[in-house]
Design a protein around this ligand. Structure first.
Ligand SMILES: Cc1cc2nc3c(=O)[nH]c(=O)nc-3n(C[C@H](O)[C@H](O)[C@H](O)COP(=O)(O)O)c2cc1C
Length: 232
């Protein structure tokens, strides 16, 4: 955040601590209200969507979304899942139209960047690594937020927290330096092309990977692993 604020001092930064102030879980009323046309909603339905409206507005205004989260049971904490359920909304962040064929869902916006800062007790959760298959954290968040207009995801992992060993120390050091560099890079990139557009956009994923998980040596090196995930 310091690197970002230095590069973009004029920027408005909105902060949400969903751990300390968890958004409510979805209810039957919420779903009924979300699938009712705005003009036809009752006052109770408007009320059911009030928090969601606020959170969706924040996301729609954002060019860059930074999520810092621990891994719980190989996925995200339920507080964060509750936030995602509140912000991914039919006719607000996405539209659904069967006339589109096999891909009826389309995000309303595109071009947002997501920075995912994750922490886990175990390690080697990167693509191609030993625990990749158990990683339901960053893949889940990145795919869900594509429906809110995220077109590019950057992942920075801190791993092996429960071991507290050299692998952990190396991953903390690498994550801090990667995050700082990323903040500088994104600050430049978003000021150069800061228009959020509507419609479809290729989804790019840029990950950092700890090299020791690939070849069992060389602690703490990070590398960017760009891989294209075409969005419909
Ligand atoms: C309830 C709970 C579940 C966890 N599940 C996992 C897990 O599935 N895999 C893992 O690698 N670490 C797991 N951990 C460890 C945390 O991800 C790890 O300690 C992380 O660094 C915590 O981040 P924090 O200090 O920011 O809360 C779990 C921790 C807790 C408290």
């Amino acid at each position: 955040m310091d690197a970002w604020r230095t590069a973009r001092p004029e920027e408005i930064v909105l902060s949400r601590d969903v751990g300390r102030s968890p958004p409510p879980h979805l209810t039957e009323n919420w779903i009924g209200a979300a699938f009712t046309e705005g003009a036809a909603r009752t006052a109770a339905q408007e009320e059911a969507l009030r928090i969601s409206d606020e959170l969706v507005d924040e996301v729609l205004r954002s060019e860059v979304i930074v999520i810092a989260t621990p891994m719980y049971n190989y996925g995200m904490p339920s507080h964060l899942k509750a936030w995602i359920d509140q912000v991914i909304r039919i006719n607000r962040t996405l539209t659904f139209d069967l006339a589109r064929g096999e891909q009826p869902i389309e995000p309303v916006q595109s071009g947002k960047r997501l920075v995912l800062l994750t922490s886990s007790g175990e390690g080697c959760f990167g693509p191609g690594e030993a625990n990749a298959e158990r990683n339901h954290l960053d893949t889940h968040i990145a795919h869900a937020l594509a429906l809110a207009g995220v077109s590019e995801t950057h992942r920075v992992r801190i791993e092996f927290q429960e071991f507290g060993d050299d692998r952990h120390k190396a991953s903390v050091a690498a994550a801090y330096s990667t995050a700082r560099e990323l903040a500088r890079r994104l600050a430049k990139a978003t000021s150069a092309a800061s228009t959020l557009s509507a419609g479809r956009f290729p989804h790019r994923e840029l990950a950092t990977q700890t090299k020791h998980c690939v070849d069992g040596s060389d602690l703490g090196q990070t590398q960017s692993v760009p891989h294209e995930t075409p969005r419909p």
